[in-house]
Design a protein around this ligand. Structure first.
Ligand code: ADP
Ligand code: MG
Length: 359
């Protein structure tokens, strides 16, 4: 059964994608190891992610959304390092998934793998006891020329601009909508924010609701952006835990402080939704705390502003300048700050994204 399953849902459908990369993936699914030919003068980048039902996705998740997201989140790690995808492995630990479920999962997985030229080169499939949920592990491999820095988290330099792609917090909005639909909003929303969150969700226009759900279920890894940032950005991170948590990693690793321009993030919400002003406090909170966006947040020297602008138009992707790496007065402890005006800096506490715990 297991062999048939691998053959039917993973080996056959992915065969032509692997054949298109026959120079890189010399041996794929069906042998004891995949055999990969790294490009000369390139470094290998490897990243792995685990998705567990009830923690990272709802147990009744659409299998197609899960297939897409399982690879998307790992590709996003390659994107934030400016690496080009080479291939990936897939580990599944599952109880009884129906053929329709596997079909939906594998089709969407193939969609995103094809979109980013990333063949499936192997994996592992194990049985889990009944009612023990589903675990999906994806490991991606990518490459970049040896002289490329990898856009490390420790690379941010004093006076760098801080940029973000897309709208940070959009996926969190999608999660709030999903939880409200399931009547479990309090599992992802602090009690003191419940009322204003409910009011916000009630007012959300339908097109923004669709975009928010899409951001949650079908995130687009910003591979092309990561590649475009070679030679432009000093540091980069993909937003999986929200601006407050992820930028703290950059600030700490770089031993710098970051001031986020509240007005710029406010303007970003207004650009997406004219009615945003009525709910701005809740929306800003969502931007600081919201996870699962898989947008890129990066720092560049000021002289690169035009280059970033060209990149945004070439990729047709909104890139917004939302902050700066700053030198703090001695009285403040380094970290991430919200800047309300020239003189008004307030520390931004980490409000890390809480994965939901819904059964
Ligand atoms: P082994 O016993 O050598 O670990 P397996 O029976 O686990 O081999 O797997 C057989 C082949 O199928 C291997 O090439 C493995 O990489 C591939 N494979 C197993 N599960 C998956 C999966 N979920 N996705 C892709 N390839 C898989
Ligand atoms: Mg095995």
């Amino acid at each position: 059964m297991e062999f048939d399953l691998i053959e039917r849902y993973f080996k056959k459908p992915f065969e032509s994608l692997r054949a298109a990369h026959a120079d890189v993936c010399l041996l794929g699914i069906g042998d004891d190891c995949a055999r990969i030919a790294p490009l000369p003068d390139h470094h290998l980048f490897v990243s792995t992610d685990t998705l567990e039902s009830g923690v990272h996705f709802f147990e009744d998740v659409d299998p197609a959304d899960l297939g897409w997201k399982a690879l998307a989140v790992s590709l996003s790690d390659l994107a934030s390092c400016g690496a080009k995808p080479l291939g990936f492995t897939l580990n599944l630990a599952m109880s009884l998934q129906s053929p329709a479920w596997l079909e939906g999962f594998s089709k969407a997985l193939l969609d995103i793998a094809s979109r980013f030229n990333c063949p499936l080169v192997g994996g592992d499939t194990t049985a889990r006891g009944a009612n023990t949920g589903l675990g999906v592990v994806v490991t991606v491999m990518g490459c970049a020329p040896t002289q490329h820095t990898g856009l490390p988290r420790h690379g941010a330099a004093l006076a760098d601009d801080v940029w973000v792609s897309g709208l940070p917090g959009l996926a969190r909005l999608g999660l709030l909508l999903e939880c409200q639909n399931r009547d479990v909003l309090p599992t992802v929303c602090a009690p003191d924010l419940l009322d204003q969150t409910r009011a916000l969700l009630l007012d959300l226009p339908i097109d923004l609701q669709i975009q928010a759900r899409n951001a949650l279920h079908r995130p687009t890894p910003r591979i092309e952006l990561g590649l475009g940032l070679h030679g432009i950005a000093n540091a980069c991170i993909d937003l999986s835990d929200g601006l407050s948590g992820d930028l703290r990693h950059v600030a700490h690793a770089s031993q710098q402080s970051i001031a986020l321009n509240v007005e710029a993030v406010r303007a970003l919400w207004m650009a997406w939704w004219l009615g945003a002003d009525d709910h701005m406090d809740a929306l800003l909170q969502i931007s600081w705390a919201g996870g699962d966006d898989y947008e890129l947040c990066f720092t560049t020297p000021e002289v690169q502003r035009n280059e970033v602008g060209y990149l945004a138009s070439r990729l047709n992707l909104p890139l917004s300048r939302i902050g700066r790496v700053v030198l703090l007065p001695d009285t403040l402890t380094p970290g991430v700050f919200l800047q309300f005006s020239q003189l008004d800096l307030q520390p931004l506490a980490v409000q890390s994204h809480n994965h939901f715990q819904v059964k």
